[in-house]
Design a protein around this ligand. Structure first.
Ligand SMILES: Cc1cc2nc3c(=O)[nH]c(=O)nc-3n(C[C@H](O)[C@H](O)[C@H](O)COP(=O)(O)OP(=O)(O)OC[C@H]3O[C@@H](n4cnc5c(N)ncnc54)[C@H](O)[C@@H]3O)c2cc1C
Length: 386
């Protein structure tokens, strides 16, 4: 609900204040005195729309931030008091004063000084709301494509967890009844009872690493020093975990004549594990190529399982490459164009999928662009911090 209230209330607030601003400027520059009186008298009534909208935008944004106080969300939260203070301390008193002057037909110097002041304050709030919306769009970038699709919040529980690579855990959550997703999609995961606060919030985005038909919902993550990751690491079995989703459109294309080439960096393997498992259980005929880059074999989550899948499924080829592992009997170094071409040969019109840290995804996208791959054949998911 919050994700609907927040943008809708924000848009209502922006439109209302823009209407006040434009109607004031137009009526006083080009309209009659009667028009100016009508506008000035009407604006205080408009506050009954504007202020609930501002309160709903701020309140829903605060609740939705789930404890995050840094980054774009932090910047958005810091702007809200300025917007509210500008409204309460400048716009409301100015509008009431101007309405009473207009009703008394006192269009004198004081009226125009206060009017100029109100227009400047109004323009500042319009600009601040515009920045709020711009940042909100950036925050929801990865799930905008599926924004209008259902994304439902569920409370589920931790069934178990185990280490699947050095410093990487696989977390099994009970699959909530009615929760469905497509292989490759992601969910918001919130730990409602996080003990520590580090300003980074109680929520993170995780790709679902299990296939839609698997019994549990599996996510996998690298453990870091953030409060949320420490909370996940120490979370007792049975604890409540909130998920919301599914979101995202990093899902396998329908045309089985076109092979899929997955380029994964580190924990970016999660959506591809889901897609590879799903392709196997659904007997999808796509050719699947996975280039999986890690520092060492010990860091590569699900490596044994993927090697096993490649042995069992002739349609799936795994190319694991290690950047810092002298003992690795396979490819070494980062994924390169030469490496990709050497392994995929001349397969017909592949579709590329990239996932991993933003820098890795950006490098791979440049590599594919330089190789002449059409942008519509490159699907990328940056594991950015939102
Ligand atoms: C579609 C998608 C799928 C993802 N799938 C996975 C997955 O399967 N597995 C996985 O491990 N990760 C995944 N991620 C990334 C994941 O959401 C986390 O960002 C990542 O795991 C790092 O978490 P952390 O707790 O170590 O956070 P940190 O990197 O410590 O912090 C991340 C959070 O804190 C905020 N933050 C931290 N420091 C700052 C700062 N200095 N300034 C501003 N903001 C800051 C970020 O905005 C973010 O909310 C995915 C991300 C996306 C977008």
């Amino acid at each position: 609900m919050l994700k609907i209230i927040h943008p809708v209330a924000g848009l209502i607030a922006l439109l209302t204040i823009t209407t006040f601003w434009l109607s004031t400027a137009l009526s006083e520059l080009f309209g009659s005195e009667a028009a100016a009186v009508a506008v000035k008298t009407a604006i205080p009534w408009g506050f009954f729309i504007l202020f609930p909208a501002i309160a709903a935008t701020g309140g829903s944004g605060f609740a939705w931030s789930k404890g995050q106080r840094r980054g774009l969300i932090g910047t958005k939260l810091k702007r809200m008091p300025f917007i509210a203070a500008n409204g309460l301390l400048v716009l409301i008193p100015s509008a009431l004063f101007l309405a009473s002057k207009a009703r008394a037909a006192e269009f004198d110097t004081t009226f125009y000084v206060v009017q100029a002041f109100e227009l400047i304050a109004g323009a500042i709030n319009i600009m601040l709301f515009g920045l709020q919306m711009r940042d909100g769009m950036k925050l929801t970038k990865w799930r905008r494509a599926s924004f209008l699709k259902r994304g439902i919040a569920y409370t589920t529980s931790l069934i178990g967890k185990e280490e699947v690579a050095h410093g990487t855990v696989r977390i099994h959550l009970e699959k909530p009844k009615g929760f469905t997703f497509k292989a490759g999609q992601a969910v918001y995961v919130t730990l409602p009872a996080l003990k520590e606060e580090d300003g980074k919030g109680r929520m993170r985005t995780f790709s679902v690493a299990s296939a839609p038909d698997d019994a549990d919902l599996v996510i996998a993550t690298r453990l870091t020093d953030s409060a949320l990751k420490r909370g996940l690491e120490s979370l007792p079995v049975g604890s409540a975990v909130e998920i919301e989703g599914p979101y995202g459109d990093l899902t396998l294309h329908d045309d089985v004549t076109r092979p899929a080439v997955f380029l994964a960096g580190g924990i970016g393997i999660t959506p591809f594990r889901s897609m590879i498992r799903d392709a196997a259980t659904q007997s999808r005929a796509h050719g699947l190529y996975l280039f999986y880059s890690n520092r060492s074999a010990q860091d590569a989550a699900f490596l044994c399982e993927l090697e096993q899948a490649a042995r069992e499924n002739p349609g799936f080829k795994l190319v694991a490459t290690m950047t810092d592992d002298a003992n690795w009997q396979g490819e070494h170094g980062h994924i390169t164009r030469e490496m990709i071409e050497r392994h995929i040969g001349h397969i017909a019109s592949p579709v590329f999928y990239l996932a991993g840290p933003p820098a890795m995804v950006a490098t791979m996208a440049i590599l594919l662009n330089d190789a002449g791959i059409k942008p519509e054949d490159i699907h990328a998911e940056e594991f950015a911090g939102y």
